[in-house]
Design a protein around this ligand. Sequence first.
Ligand SMILES: Nc1ncnc2c1ncn2[C@@H]1O[C@H](COP(=O)(O)OP(=O)(O)OP(=O)(O)O)[C@@H](O)[C@H]1O
Length: 296
Amino acid sequence: MAAQALHLVPPTSVAEPLLRARNVTLEYRSEGRVLRATDGVSFDVYRGDRFVLLGPSGCGKSSLLKAAGGFVAPAAGSISVGGELVRGPGPQRMAVFQEFDQLPPWKTVKQNVMFPLLASGRAKRHEAEERALHWIAKVGLDGFADAYPHTLSGGMKQRVAIARALAMEPEVLLMDEPFAALDALTRRKMQEELGRLWEEARFTLLFVTHSIEEALVVGNRILLLSPHPGRVRAEINSHQFDLHSAGGAEFQAASQRIHHLLFGADGAAHEAAPHPAAQGTALTPAAADAETARQA
Ligand SMILES: Nc1ncnc2c1ncn2[C@@H]1O[C@H](COP(=O)(O)OP(=O)(O)OP(=O)(O)O)[C@@H](O)[C@H]1O
């Protein structure tokens, strides 16, 4: 009887990752040649994470995000969300890209935000309109619901894209360098507003950037990828940082440390704005492991 009673005790619940990437190898084929973009990349994203993929240009960050979105199929390995294998695009994984032309120009702001809700059957017209207006206001575009994209600034267009994605209440919001084409001031403001939206809605974010500062400001966890083909170098906890800590000593130290991890003495990955003061040494796998352990 005692043994039976023991069976009644529920197991201690351990948080399962929402998004699980396992040994993801991504390849492109062109003119008979195979180009390997990433090699055996694994990571876990938990519900409410602001998880950043950080690495130099060409390391496969965008490719990983596209694979998470279901736009690219892994040559090996797998990505699952909520325990289900990602096999194609779906309304649970909404994406915001860098390009300002991601909004159909013939639709107004409101129509743009409503469109995925209607197309996916997630909401009928009245509810879609309500949700659209709610999120348009949340991203600070009150008064622009009937405007067309060509009348908006780049930052405003990105706000629309964010509103459109969040209105769908996706399991994961995918963002591929969404602020990279904005001027520095607008970029900073958008980072701040993304943080504010996250505080309110606590969505799960998978965010791609090649800016160390942006990774620290936006993310609570950062995956560092090696130059082409992308492999995991280290994972860093960064929940303690935000825009207000950006100038501080701890922020600078973290930024330096990441720089050392990313840009070895071999000078491999210098496309992503190297820090002038950095003189890193080449990172061995053992060093990456040690860093991961140290940060944990
Ligand atoms: N559609 C494609 N066809 C062929 N090769 C591609 C394609 N998309 C990406 N690649 C290649 O895959 C590699 C990884 O590209 P990806 O855009 O994922 O890198 P990234 O880290 O996001 O770079 P960036 O920061 O410059 O955007 C690069 O060598 C790139 O040239």
